[in-house]
Ligand binder design. Structure first.
Ligand SMILES: [Zn+2]
Length: 322
């Protein structure tokens, strides 16, 4: 019977357990209920082909589409203290972190990448929503600080991509301290004269939207993204009024001046390249040219004057010889 267990069984198991086929080959669009094949969905950057709804995309898939040829370096982030308050609700915070680490394969909810987008260097700090809802604790704060430092060191623009439910309540006041901390970090990028761009994705809420996410030089949002501080129900119950249709969506915020552009995922890379070309290329306005001409003109006149002086020095000699 050995040949059955040694030869036939492994063959059958190999046929049954094909590892490259995921468990769920189809995904239902949450907006139009269309059944989407995972391969088509991935090819279309997790955007529904039927209704253009932007489904969540993994951090790595997003970074791959942003940088030139998917080439970038991931920065090492500082090891932040895990569970400083020894917090426990239904579960221990230490256990929740361990679960999320096993699920996502990363240390916390932040990935910092740097490389080239078009002709310009760029630093991207992206939230991983799969890691405890992208909530912001000390490790995420450390990640944003690191990204800001790299941007200043490399003289590169900084893009932050929040996908977060807000502050991480398991870290109590320490998570709230990340709000001023990250605010100072992005201010340092601005003080260095570098562009700071926020790409608001679904969802950007709570302490994240109340700090660095609303301080960009330019705010870009993905279509249909939910962006706000408190949830709709909480606000309606507090102010006892019904909120307008589409409240807290990217499009609504664009109409009301909080968001500059709503850009489809397919056009994001092109938009970043255009923005960097505009913002990072040395200023060449007509007045600037005029200033330059003037200064080169004065240099020329200076050199002319020098030449004159030289000839004047030489002239007497010439006179003498003559
Ligand atoms: Zn759809």
């Amino acid at each position: 019977m050995n040949w059955i267990s040694n030869f036939v069984r492994p063959k059958i198991q190999a046929l049954v357990n094909k590892k490259d086929v995921p468990d769920n080959m189809w995904q239902k669009c949450p907006s139009c209920d269309a059944m989407l094949f995972y391969r088509d969905l991935k090819k279309n950057l997790n955007v529904c082909e039927n209704c253009e709804h932007h489904l969540k995309i993994s951090v790595i898939d997003r970074l791959d589409t942003m940088f030139n040829d998917g080439n970038y370096d991931i920065a090492d982030l500082p090891k932040s203290a895990t569970d400083p308050l020894k917090f426990k609700d239904r579960k221990r915070y230490a256990d929740r972190i361990k679960e999320s680490r096993n699920k996502t394969g990363r240390n916390d909810a932040m990935v910092v990448a740097h490389g080239k987008i078009g002709d310009h260097k760029a630093v991207v700090a992206a939230f991983d929503f799969a890691f405890m809802g992208g909530s912001m604790g000390a490790a995420v704060g450390d990640g944003i600080l690191t990204a800001a430092r790299i941007a200043v060191l490399e003289q590169a623009p900084l893009i932050i991509i929040p996908a977060s439910g807000g502050a991480r309540m398991q870290e109590g006041a320490l998570s709230l301290m990340q709000m001023p901390r990250t605010t100072i970090a992005v201010e340092q990028v601005k003080e260095a004269g570098l562009p700071y761009i926020v790409l608001l994705t679904d969802p950007t809420t709570g302490g994240v939207s109340a700090s660095f996410a609303m301080l960009g030089d330019i705010h870009i949002a993905e279509p249909g993204a939910q962006i706000g501080f408190a949830g709709r129900r909480v606000i309606e119950e507090t102010i006892r009024e019904q909120l307008p249709e589409g409240f807290q969506t990217a499009e609504y915020l664009q109409e009301h001046g909080m968001v500059d552009m709503v850009v489809s995922r397919h056009k994001l890379r092109g938009t970043f390249i255009s923005l960097f070309d505009l913002l990072m290329t040395p200023f060449k306005h007509e007045t600037q040219k005029a200033i330059e001409d003037k200064s080169t003109g004065s240099k020329k006149s200076k050199s002319k004057a020098k030449a004159k002086a030289k000839t004047a020095e030489e002239k007497p000699q010439a006179d003498v010889t003559l």
